[in-house]
Design a protein around this ligand. Structure first.
Ligand SMILES: *Cc1c(COP(=O)(O)O)cnc(C)c1O
Length: 387
């Protein structure tokens, strides 16, 4: 059997995969088993922050692999401590809990919010208000937190304590907080899986102000938007708010599984030994790679992310077959006259990898994609959309 037949026979059928097997990659170029090259505008869904086989990241990972691959969280290791310091110094957050995925980072965020409220107010103040059209993960609790009805069937009973507010109406968020006695509001600054939909600044400011006045925790899911993706280190920094909890994953590990939940001032001491944990969380190899990634997301890099974003937005806005372009930085959604799946298939045939998000074509290129490759890929995308 070839790779695709083996996979179809033995791997659980949770993914509708493209009939392509990738075997290697360098920078923003992916190569399949037939030797065909593709320009990658997907980065494995916002994971390969500096592209494929990124030499600095690889060197950091290989160096750590040569020393120590894992110890468990019973002991101290340097990469974990240094990465936490880096995250806190760059965000103003106070503590970090490390896990291995976005869903786990959000589980930790939800547990932290409920624990804070329980310690301070006792039982009953446990609801988390999330937004309609959100996506927070695939575990039972994060599915429950996800504000899309399609995720709330067949796997019940689901954990209770989540209600869904209109993402365009702050008064709806506030009403639900009051009605349920919620401990937290949780949201993505740009709803990624929901169709690359950025929240309105006035909406976010109004929710944040209400939350602050009422000791309702503000939880920002930066699993997809984080780590330079939207043109700032974290997307919330462009909204002028101070979250209580920030979760991230995807791009922070640069290609290895890593989740991080950052806890602000109020939650500095919320977790105590035994209240939460993870066997792999804070793994030294994943953390060494993440230090290499984060240390390169500086002002110059972020300016070049915004520049590349502007190039794409200008090239596609008003182009033939393009209805609209949404998003921030290098997290962009394109609504096309053709169905997104036809655009994706057309691009794949012509050697460009793009993604979908709901009914849109989604672009999540490497933050350092070379301009000539980006231009070439966008030209092909434009042609496929216009065909
Ligand atoms: C991808 C994603 C998740 C889930 O992350 P996993 O690593 O797949 O568990 C959660 N929230 C958002 C906003 C995401 O984009």
């Amino acid at each position: 059997m070839n790779i695709q037949e083996l996979d179809n026979t033995y791997v659980a059928h949770t993914y509708a995969r493209f009939p392509v097997s990738f075997v290697s990659g360098h920078g923003s170029i992916l190569t399949d088993e037939n030797g065909k090259d593709y320009i990658d505008l997907g980065t494995g869904i916002a994971v390969n922050t500096f592209g494929l086989s990124d030499p600095d990241w690889k060197a950091a990972v290989v160096a750590q692999l040569g020393k120590l691959q894992h110890t468990s969280n019973l002991y101290y290791t340097e990469p974990c401590a240094r990465l936490a310091q880096m995250l806190c110094e760059r965000t103003g957050m106070k503590k970090v809990f490390f896990s291995n995925s976005g869903a786990e980072a959000n589980e930790c965020a939800i547990k932290a919010a409920r624990l804070y409220s329980f310690e301070k107010y006792g039982e009953g103040r446990s609801t988390v208000v999330t937004l309609k059209n959100s996506f927070h993960g695939r575990t039972l609790a994060t599915l429950s937190a996800t504000g899309q009805d399609v995720f709330h069937t067949k796997f019940g009973p689901f954990p209770e304590g989540f209600v869904y507010a209109d993402p365009t109406d702050a008064s709806d968020v506030i009403r639900l907080v009051k009605e349920t006695g919620a401990c937290a509001v949780m949201m993505e600054m740009v709803q990624g899986e929901g169709g690359v939909y950025p929240l309105d600044k006035a909406f976010v400011a109004e929710v944040a102000a209400y939350a602050k006045e009422n000791d309702v925790l503000l939880v920002i899911d930066e699993v997809q938007t984080g780590n330079g993706r939207t043109g700032s280190l974290y997307a919330y920094q462009q909204y002028g708010i101070t979250p209580d909890i920030v979760s991230t994953a995807k791009g922070i590990g640069g290609g290895l599984p890593l989740g991080a939940t950052m806890l602000g001032e109020k939650l500095t001491d919320v977790y105590t030994p035994g209240t939460h944990g993870s066997t792999f969380g804070g793994n030294p190899v994943a953390c060494a790679g993440a230090i290499s990634i984060l240390s390169r997301i500086d002002d110059a890099l972020l300016a070049s992310v915004r520049e590349r974003s502007e190039y794409i937005v200008n090239a596609l806005t008003g182009a033939k077959g393009v209805k609209s372009v949404s998003g921030m930085g290098l997290m962009l959604g394109i609504l096309t006259e053709k169905p997104a799946k036809d655009v994706i298939a057309g691009c794949m045939a012509r050697g460009v990898v793009v993604l979908s998000a709901k009914d849109k074509v989604r672009l999540l290129p490497a933050l350092n994609i070379p301009m000539d490759e980006l231009k070439k890929a966008i030209a092909i995308l434009k042609e496929v959309i216009a065909e």
